[in-house]
Structure formats: structure tokens, C-alpha cells
Design a binder for this molecule. Structure first.
Ligand code: HH2
Length: 271
């Protein structure tokens, strides 16, 4: 899943996108690089980010989605916590809703997803971007996050969303300290046990900066290591800024793990 933030204040690539034309070029390049889906967001959710007005969020994403849905060879997802934005995005051609609140923010979000038959990513967080940093207390982070994701799954079921539409995500960096993000990536077992495909979003995040002492633009190798570690632990969807290197790293991890079928080489010239 390639990340396309149409926000001026995202932590890692804020302001990267100049206009709708440029956004479309970036989305097409991600599809070309191997993204199976492009995730479009109009509200930054980094710690302490200010919420934007719903009209502003709509203005950032809808005209883009209308154009992109007609031209992209892969589906689009909308990264939003708001049902009005999700509905407009699905009407504009998006196929999936990526709700970082796990249906906890907007009481009508579940209805919108159920009615439209969209896919849904249920991400774990606590509080909201303004309060989440103070809520990072866990007894056993993987088990606690799995238990809270199970509640999100129940919200989805209560709204009439079929299980086959759901993906769960532990929410790396959301109400998590560095040690929590690392522990989750290293122990996805309790989350896998919920029985849904598991997605992770470690791309360029702060926990990598803490391990590597490196700014966001120098966290690519760390991002790839985190994706591969999570893949080996059972994750199957990876939300990343740098699609081509992530696809390559995961293709090799897949081949090495024996799940892939590697074509026989006639004579290996390269080492
Ligand atoms: N992380 C971010 C945003 N949305 N969605 C899911 N499902 N999982 C994630 O880990 C996730 C997410 C935050 O990253 P980014 O989009 O790069 O930054 P910002 O929130 O500042 O736009």
C-alpha cells in the first residue's frame, strides 16, 4: 500500500505534493512500482497534529480521487476517521476505508462501509492524535492491542460489515512508545489470532528514528527491515512511502521464506 498524503503537515513527507496533477503522477508511479493499492489521506494524524475542518479534508482528497479512480490501474483507499469523507471518497471511486480510529471516532462510519460494501482497515489507537501519546500504557502490548482490535471487529460486525472485508493493523506509533512499536512488530501472534489479514505501517516512523538516530528521510533501510520482520511474523499488507524498495525487500523475504516459487536459473553468472 503506497502512501499519498495530500496534507501540508504530515510528519514525514509534508508538503511533498504540489497539486492534483503531481499527486496523480505520484500515484501512477507507485502503481508502476508495484503498489497493490494507494492510500490517500487529507488529515495528518501524527502526534499533536491539529484536526482539519471536514470541508478542508474533502477539498484535499475528493477532486484527486475522482481523477485518480478513472486513471489508476490499482484500487484506492481513503485514510480518514470521518464518515462524510469516507462516503464522498467511496462515491468518487475509492474501494477501501482506512480508519485509524478503528470505527471509534465517528459513529456512522460503520454504516457507510456496510452500505457501500467497501473494504475496511481497522487500526488500533487510543484517544486521538492530541491525546494518544499519554495513553501508551500496556501490560502486554501485543495482547492488549489484540483485545482492543477485537472490540473494533465487534463494532464492524454490529454495523453489518462482513468479516471478509476486514484487515487489522496494530497502529505502529499510535499511542505506542518506541518499545511498544518494536514489541508489536516482533510479536504479531495475538493479532494474527484474531483471524484477519494483518497490515503494518512502520514507514519512516519515529520508533525508527529512536533506534537509528536518523531523521525521516534517512529511515528507508529501517523501514524495510521493519517490513521484512513483520512479514516473517505474519503481516501481509505494508503501508509505505517508498514502494519500489519495499516491494523488492518483501519479494526477497517471500522467496527466501519458501512461500514463493523461484524460477530455475540456467547458469548463474552473478554471485
Ligand atoms: N499511519 C499513519 C497514517 N495512517 N493507517 C494505518 N492503517 N496504519 C498506519 O500505521 C498509519 C495509517 C501515519 O503515517 P503518515 O501517513 O505517513 O503520516 P501523517 O499521519 O502525518 O499523514
Amino acid at each position: 500500500m503506497g502512501i499519498l498524503n495530500l496534507t501540508p503537515d504530515s510528519f514525514s513527507d509534508g508538503g511533498r505534493v504540489r497539486d492534483a496533477e503531481h499527486a496523480l503522477d505520484l500515484a501512477l508511479a507507485m502503481a508502476e512500482d508495484g503498489a497493490a493499492i494507494v492510500d490517500v489521506g487529507g488529515e495528518s494524524t501524527r502526534p499533536g497534529a491539529q484536526p482539519v475542518a471536514v470541508e478542508e479534508e474533502l477539498h484535499r482528497v475528493i477532486p484527486f480521487l475522482e481523477r485518480a479512480a478513472a486513471q489508476l490501474p490499482v484500487p484506492l483507499s481513503i485514510d480518514t476517521r470521518r464518515s462524510a469523507v469516507a462516503r464522498a471518497a467511496l462515491d468518487a471511486g475509492a474501494a477501501v476505508v482506512n480508519d485509524v480510529s478503528g470505527l471509534a471516532h465517528d459513529p456512522t462510519m460503520g454504516e457507510v462501509v456496510a452500505e457501500t460494501g467497501a473494504g475496511l482497515v481497522l487500526m488500533h489507537m487510543r484517544g486521538d492524535p492530541g491525546t494518544m501519546a499519554g495513553l501508551a500504557r500496556y501490560r502486554s502490548v501485543s495482547r492488549d492491542v489484540a483485545a482492543e482490535l477485537a472490540v473494533a471487529v465487534e463494532r464492524a460486525r454490529a454495523a453489518g460489515i462482513p468479516d471478509a472485508s476486514l484487515v487489522v493493523d496494530p497502529g505502529i506509533g499510535f499511542a505506542k512508545k518506541t518499545r511498544h512499536s518494536l514489541a508489536l512488530l516482533g510479536d504479531l501472534g495475538p493479532i494474527l489470532a484474531l483471524g484477519f489479514p494483518v497490515m503494518v505501517g512502520p514507514s519512516r516512523k519515529r520508533f525508527l528514528g529512536a533506534v537509528l538516530d536518523a531523521p525521516p528521510e534517512e529511515r528507508l533501510a529501517g523501514t524495510l527491515a521493519a517490513c521484512v520482520a513483520a512479514y516473517l511474523g505474519g503481516a501481509r499488507v505494508f503501508r509505505v512511502h517508498d514502494v519500489r524498495p519495499a516491494v523488492q525487500a518483501l519479494a526477497v523475504a517471500y522467496a527466501v521464506s519458501g512461500a514463493g516459487s523461484v524460477p530455475e536459473q540456467p547458469e548463474e553468472a552473478e554471485s
